[in-house]
Design a binder for this molecule. Structure first.
Ligand SMILES: *[C@@H]1O[C@H](CO)[C@@H](O)[C@H](O)[C@H]1NC(C)=O
Ligand SMILES: *[C@@H]1O[C@H](CO)[C@@H](O)[C@H](O)[C@H]1NC(C)=O
Ligand SMILES: *[C@@H]1O[C@H](CO)[C@@H](O)[C@H](O)[C@H]1NC(C)=O
Length: 228
């Protein structure tokens, strides 16, 4: 039995590597899945939360298959799945494992939105939610994006404070850098001015010397404007 399993695993691994190559190659052109900018969403127990997911494909799609999976420390399961016939139709849910989940998005008019709404949040809903899309029109290419949901009993003010502190520190550091830069510029400016003044002094004194001495250098300078 273990031998058979090993023999089965090797081709699977090759297939995996091959598929990975397929994913990486057309990455910018083909199917893309996004859950937006936030990687972690906080929500209060008893309320509802929208888990966002959109996809895009410049090749278009046909009989696209999508599903959401849930992964926490002790479970991994598909919570909802369905299909989208084409760009002109809305997604059709095939199955879902909880009545609290509904598909909210629309795939008409290039919305390509397969977000889900989770109602009556429980603390046990905390975990990673991954939105998967497989497009038969693109050799069944499969893409996914993950968002983490954290169910809390109240949205902490502390988080804001931490953010503010971080922003403050970052702002302070940037401010300090700007100050240092400005100071450097100012010092450089002062040094330059001082040097210019010294030069000016030297030049004017040498200039005076030149005119007084009637050196060719000063004559050429005087001629230039008359030509124009
Ligand atoms: C959320 O959980 C807390 C702590 O268990 C509980 O006191 C509160 O009633 C819950 N809120 C809702 C809206 O269910
Ligand atoms: C679930 O998440 C854990 C890390 O939190 C990861 O190690 C594990 O591979 C994931 N399971 C699946 C099936 O993606
Ligand atoms: C997706 O659909 C939901 C529900 O209609 C909406 O709240 C959300 O803003 C949509 N997301 C995008 C990116 O359009």
């Amino acid at each position: 039995m273990p031998g058979a399993r090993d023999r089965g695993a090797a081709p699977a691994r090759w297939l995996g590597t091959g598929l990975l190559g397929l994913f990486l190659l057309p990455v910018s052109l083909s199917l893309e899945v996004s859950v937006g900018k936030a990687t972690t969403i906080y929500a209060v127990n008893g309320t509802e939360i929208l888990l966002p997911c959109t996809f895009s494909s410049c090749f278009g799609f046909q009989d696209l298959y999508f599903w959401w999976s849930y992964n926490s420390s002790d479970t991994f399961r598909t919570i909802i799945d369905g299909t989208v016939k084409n760009e002109k139709s809305d997604p059709k849910v095939k199955s879902k494992d909880d009545d609290r989940i509904t598909l909210e998005g629309s795939t008409k008019e290039k919305m390509n939105n397969i977000s889900i709404l989770l109602r009556n949040l429980e603390f046990s809903d905390t975990g990673k939610y991954t939105c998967h899309v497989r497009n038969p029109k693109e050799k069944n290419i499969h893409h996914q994006a993950t968002i983490t949901l954290q169910v809390v009993d109240k949205l902490e003010e502390v988080d804001n404070t931490v953010t503010l502190i971080i922003l403050g520190v970052v702002g302070g550091v940037i401010g300090l850098l700007i100050c240092i830069l400005l100071l450097k510029k100012f010092i450089a400016f002062v040094i330059k001015k001082t040097q210019e003044k010294k030069k000016e002094c030297l030049m004017s004194s040498s200039g005076n010397d030149n005119t007084e001495n009637g050196l060719p250098g000063s004559k050429a300078e005087e001629k230039a404007p008359t030509k124009v």
